[in-house]
Each structure stands twice: as C-alpha cells, then as structure tokens.
Ligand binder design. Structure first.
Ligand code: PMP
Ligand code: GLN
Length: 391
C-alpha cells in the first residue's frame, strides 16, 4: 500500500478529480452528483444542528436512524432487523466495509470479490493480511449478445473461487464500475457456496435505489442468506449527500457486535446531525426513490447515447452512477493513457477501468473507461458534444 519511499498513491478518484480541477475539464471521473438531494433531508440536517444534535451519538448510531434503517429494510425488502442489536451506523459505507473486513479477515484468509471491483476492497483486504481472489465479470460485446453489450459472471469460475479457505465473499450489486446487476442465478450460487464453505457474505448495496430496469434484490432476501450476510449501504448515493458519510450495515446481532468491536476504535461515531436527516430521507414516500431512479435513468440514456455517437462501444448500465465504454473502436487501446489525455483531447475526465482490477488482469480491461452520469443534463449533453470530437 506504500511506495518504496513511504508515499501513498492517491486513489484514482482523487487523482482524476484533481486532473479535472487543474484542466477545467468536465469531471465524469469521481462519482458524486452536482446537485443537492431532497430539500426535506437538507432541512432536517439544519434543524438537527439548530436543535443541538451536535455531540457524540451512541456507538451504534442515533436510535431514530437505526429505526429508520430497520423500517426501510422491512418496507422495501421484507427483511426484519432489530434496530437495537442488528443495525450499526457507520462513517459511510467505507467504514462499514473497513470494520467488517478487519473484524473477520485474519492473515491468510481468502476474500472473494468480483473484478473489476471497487478499489477500497483490495486495499482493505491487503491491510488485513488477507488473500484477495477475484471472479471476473466478462464484457460481452454487442456482437456476442442480443440487445447490446453487457457483463456476465461465469458460474464455474465463481465455484472455483470459493473454497474452505474463503472467509468473506464481497458482493456489489448494483456494481461499481460496470452498473451491472447480478441475476438470481449468480446470487443463489453465491449463497450456496457460502453455505457449503461456511463463508460470510458481505454485500455492498450503496446503489440499491438507483436501479433502472427492475427493483433491487438484496442477497439477504435469498433462502439461507440472512444469517450469514452483512448488508452495507449508505445515504450518500440515495440522497445525493456523498460528503455526509452516513452509512450503515444490517446483520445478525453477533456479526454486528464483532464489527462494532473494530468500528468503535476507528471513528467511534460520526455525523451527529446528519444521522436524523438521513432517517428523514429513508422515510420519504416511495415516489421520491422511484423518481430519483427514473431521473438518473434518463441521464444514463443521454450519456450512453453520447458515448456511442462519439464512437465508443457501450455496455448500458442497469443501475448506479457509471457507464463503462470501450475505446477500441476509436483506435485507443490503452484507457489509462487515454484518460490522462482526455482533458486535452476532449475536455472531459473519465476513470480507466484498470484502476479496478489486479495488475495481472489489466489486459481484460485495458481499453475500458468509466464515466459518471450523476450530473446535470446540460453537463452530460456538453460532455457528449465534446466527446464527439474524438471520432
Ligand atoms: N461502495 C461502492 C461500490 C461505492 O461506489 C462507494 C462510493 N461511491 C462506496 C462503497 C463508499 O460509500 P461511502 O461514500 O458511503 O463511504
Ligand atoms: N465511490 C466513488 C466512485 O466510485 C468515489 C469515492 C471516493 O472518492 N473514494 O467514484
């Protein structure tokens, strides 16, 4: 994790946001919205500050938020969790992931993720001394698939990756960076394998409410899953409050206790007035959630069409903030190099998918770029027009 001189490499997101700031390019790199979320949520934070909710919350999080999280899991997914013992509020999904990995992974334990993977997983597994095994998501080109390019998990590869050495399987559906949603066959296979090999499932569902084609299906709802699953989410994406860093996990009480043991010495607690505000958000009418997903789907369509018109091959995402595009048809085989030059070539910033894979797997993603579409429509239209200059 440290360079030979003791330096740390900035995350790809920080690096690309700095590149955008330096060049004035449109930042479709780091995933954060350029508009505020629901006014009720913003107002609730102001009110909480005014009411004096400004000191340390309880270690598990404010009761009003834990109750709202439990109610949300019951309302949307039919999952029952006890707000007093099965819900833990964290400093973003990131801390939930960190405390979970540090709680359960000992030196030499294996952790399975799907590749490309969100970069924090690799760093956390390495920090815990774990061994990181990956299952590739394969890009299926438009010629190979009906209805456009997409992503596919090979179930045999999945079965080979999970063994008695596996401590955790980290699932991320909807998936960053691809925007893929895992189907029931993949989810069921993960649960069967976790049961067979007595592994825990950690599911990162931060994009749960940004699913465009079908309602989100949490893996914890599958038979046999709940008792061995830690479900992680965050208010950042759902309420466009990525900087508030209010996340949470739901899991059986003994698992929550194990994670809390680690978490209490990481941050202890965070975000006092933001916690009741996120509780307000979780209680908004269903129409807020479906409306936000529909608005984002329209943005997905605009940027995907813009990228296609510019000459990229695009796998249209089913969910989330991001679309992955293949630059090969434009004559660019190295996306990392293209991303460094993109501000100058087109005034746009994207992230190379190679940032989300093991170094020895770069070939499979060499020409792929991730673009964020969680931006205002005119920004996406302008970015599309600029990218057309590449052709
Ligand atoms: N998991 C995934 C898949 C993400 O994309 C992100 C960040 N956008 C996170 C976790 C981190 O979430 P948070 O900002 O709540 O820590
Ligand atoms: N999750 C965001 C992304 O994928 C970035 C979060 C971060 O900067 N660490 O772009």
């Amino acid at each position: 994790l440290l360079g030979a001189d003791g330096s740390i490499a900035a995350t790809i997101f920080a690096e690309m946001s700095a590149l955008a700031a330096r060049t004035g390019a449109i930042n479709l790199g780091q995933g954060f919205p350029d508009e505020d979320g629901p006014v009720e949520v913003l107002e609730a934070a102001r009110a909480a500050i005014a009411e004096g909710v400004n000191q340390y919350p309880p270690g598990l999080g404010h009761a009003v938020l834990r109750e709202a999280i439990a109610a949300h899991q019951a309302h949307w997914y039919g999952l029952g969790f006890d707000a007093a013992s099965e819900v833990l509020v964290t400093a973003g999904a990131t801390e939930a992931l960190a405390a979970t990995v540090l709680a359960f992974v000992d030196r030499g334990d294996e952790v399975v993720t799907f590749e490309p993977y969100y970069d924090a997983y690799a760093a956390l597994i390495a920090r815990a001394g774990g061994v990181h095994r990956t299952v590739p998501l394969h890009w299926v080109s438009e010629e190979q698939a009906d209805g456009g390019a997409s992503w596919r998990v090979d179930l045999d590869e999945l079965r080979r990756a999970v063994t008695d050495r596996t401590r955790l399987v980290i699932v991320n559906s909807p998936h960053n960076p691809t925007g893929a949603v895992f189907d029931d066959e993949v989810l069921t296979t993960i649960v069967e394998l976790a049961e067979r090999h007595d592994a825990l499932i950690v599911t990162d569902e931060v994009y749960e409410h940004l699913a465009f084609d079908a309602p989100h299906r949490p893996i914890a709802t599958l038979p046999g899953a709940r008792e061995r699953t830690i479900s992680i989410s965050s208010g950042g994406k759902t309420f466009s409050t990525t900087g508030w860093k209010v996340g949470w996990l739901t899991a059986p009480a003994p698992l929550v206790t194990a994670v809390l043991a680690v978490k209490q010495y990481l941050t202890y607690v965070n975000g006092a007035p933001f916690q009741p505000a996120i509780a307000t958000g979780l209680g908004l009418p269903d129409a807020f959630f479906t409306g936000a997903a529909a608005a984002l789907a329209a943005k997905r369509d605009v940027l995907s069409a813009g990228l296609e018109q510019a000459g990229f091959a695009v796998a249209r995402p089913q969910a989330g903030y991001f679309v992955v595009a293949d630059a090969t048809p434009l004559g660019f085989s190295d996306a990392a190099e293209l991303c460094r030059r993109l501000p100058e070539l087109a005034g746009v910033v994207g992230v190379p998918v190679s940032a989300f894979v093991h170094a020895d797997r770069h070939d499979a993603s060499r020409s792929l770029v991730r673009f964020a579409f969680c931006k205002r429509m005119p920004v996406l239209e302008e970015a599309s027009a600029r990218l057309a200059a590449l052709g």
